[in-house]
Design a protein around this ligand. Structure first.
Ligand code: ME8
Length: 511
């Protein structure tokens, strides 16, 4: 089979507007997808909205609209945000789509037919904001859910259960046999720690008398599917493995090799690790489908020292930042600032520092190099030795490769920026303005200029996944027909090409 990659983001609740947390995961996935496409792999990049459940129903009630009206509006808002942030997804899934509903029904019926589902009574502390139950220990004496800090409610109801406990040993064995399956390692250890306690069964239904907004269970029509079960299945729906209308016992379930399933990487925030690393793989085992090949749980964005929250009014709107600094600056900041996997704090000062890095290092290099080609060589790249920084280029590419391999994207971007720094140092060292004055050094000047154009060409390829707009702009000024792949950039011979100076890539921001 061709070399393919299937990457996913969480599907975001259609009850709230996109903020920098959502933007981070989505931009991270987009940049990884773009790096994959550069290596000429076939890529499927999925995102979307999570539209069923109590949280959505309550928000719709609050606004006095039908749930689907709220979802239509919010799905549009997410799509618009992703367009403005240059997210090049292949599929935007909504869990209210008929195709998805059909797959969920077939999936749960299959679990039922295979004997993994039974009826029972349930009571416990339920968090509407997280759409899940918490234990006494987790909610503490104040009875608030430990993630959102909101009060939980006591719920007693008859429920259908998935025999999750039956898969505990297989799940542990899988995690132990695949050290990179959950990354980073702290998250893997967290799940292995969690699995040291006996795993309970998972309540997968909600009675319609309490919640109508969901997918009706085919074997229990007075119930709808628990929203997390519904939501997780989106990854299979969008893979095309189980086309709508596939019966629960269809042979399609046994051979998914023609589809995108299994996913290569589920990108998620650490808040939803248990659902992805415990509920999801056990549900897949129950259905007899292969497990995703990896999960990357990234850290949490906070504002200054504080959690972002609507009630505190400190939610950072990525689109507002974009209006001031541009799409690529927002993307750069988020990906460069947060060490993949760790937490990070948003501050306007750090944002500005990262912006200045773009302007003063990469932007400045482009401006200097292109204006010197314009001034000294009438805008045509001279036929000099362009390979003077090739050792640095090779080192950078090797480092970027290994950082991407270990999903340390911030490190890969740091390496790319360091190459631009090295090239700026090379300009200082070579003093092209002095070379230009001295006819005996004309050949040296040709070498300097050709080398700088070569580095800029490689940098367009390296920066493209994170700064697609600026990389394309720079490629145009370099006289290229588009942003080259890394291999094409390395093979490029720029001599004789006309280049154009243009305005600074990253203009100075007033105030
Ligand atoms: O959990 N920092 O949706 P959601 C970093 N619908 N990332 C953040 C963040 C923050 N402060 N806040 C949110 C759901 N995120 C479910 C998912 S998937 C089958 C169902 C990001 O709208 C991060 O990716 O609450 C987190 O996992 C996700 O948004 C949660 O989005």
């Amino acid at each position: 089979m061709a070399d393919r990659r299937y990457l996913t983001t969480p599907i975001y609740y259609a009850s709230g507007a996109p903020h920098i947390g959502h933007a981070y995961t989505t931009i991270l996935a987009d940049a990884l997808a773009r790096f994959e496409r550069q290596s000429e792999r076939e890529v499927r990049f999925l995102t979307g909205t999570d539209e069923h459940g109590q949280k959505i129903q309550e928000e719709a009630n609050r606004q006095g609209v039908q749930p689907i009206e709220l979802c239509d509006e919010m799905a549009e808002r997410f799509r618009d945000a992703w367009d403005l942030l240059d997210i090049d997804y292949d599929r935007f899934i909504r869990t209210t789509e008929a195709e998805h509903i059909a797959v969920v029904r077939s999936f749960v019926q299959r679990l039922y037919d295979r004997g993994h589902i039974y009826a029972g009574e349930y009571s416990g502390w339920y968090s509407v904001s997280q759409e899940r139950y918490f234990t006494e220990k987790e909610i503490g004496p104040d009875r608030v859910d430990p993630i959102a800090g909101k009060p939980v409610e006591w719920v007693e109801e008859e429920n259908w259960f998935f025999r999750m406990s039956a898969f505990q040993d297989d799940l542990i064995a899988h995690i132990e046999a695949n050290p990179d399956w959950i990354r980073p390692e702290v998250r893997r250890n967290e799940i292995l720690g969690f699995l040291q306690q006996p795993l309970g069964d998972l309540s997968i239904s909600r009675p319609k008398r309490r919640l109508r907004w969901g997918v009706e269970l085919p074997f229990a029509t007075e119930h709808v599917a628990y929203v997390w079960v519904d939501a997780l299945i989106n990854y299979v729906t969008a893979s095309g493995a189980i086309p709508a209308g596939t019966a629960p016992d269809d042979p399609a379930w046994d051979d998914v090799s023609d589809s995108w399933w299994p996913a290569d990487l589920h990108l998620i925030g650490k808040d939803i690790l248990t659902t992805h690393a415990v509920y999801w793989p056990t549900l897949l085992m129950g259905a007899g489908l292969p497990l995703p090949r990896g999960i990357l749980a990234h850290g949490w964005w906070v504002v200054g020292e504080t959690k972002m929250s609507k009630s505190l009014g400190n939610v950072i709107d990525p689109l507002q930042l974009r209006d001031t600094y541009g799409t690529d600056a927002v993307r750069w900041y988020l990906l460069r600032e947060m060490p993949t996997g760790s937490d990070a704090s948003y501050t306007p000062e750090r944002f500005l520092t990262r912006y200045e890095e773009l302007a003063n290092v990469w932007g400045n290099l482009a401006q200097r190099a292109l204006s010197m080609v314009a001034r000294y060589r009438d805008g045509v790249v001279p036929d000099g030795d362009a390979a003077q920084l090739d050792a640095a280029i090779d080192d950078t590419l090797a480092q970027v490769g290994s950082s991407l391999e270990s999903l340390r994207l911030h490190e890969a971007l740091g390496a790319a920026m360091d190459l631009a720094r090295t090239a700026n140092g090379y300009v200082e060292e070579r003093e092209p303005w002095a070379q230009a004055k001295d006819p005996a050094r004309a050949g040296n000047l040709d070498d300097t200029l050709a080398t700088l154009v070569r580095v800029l060409t490689v940098l367009t390829a390296l920066f493209h996944p994170v700064c697609p707009g600026k990389a394309a702009e720079l490629a145009g000024r370099l006289g290229l027909s588009g942003v080259p792949t890394l291999d094409a950039a390395k093979a490029d011979r720029p001599a004789g090409r006309s280049v154009e100076k243009g305005d600074p890539l990253f203009p100075r921001i007033e105030n």
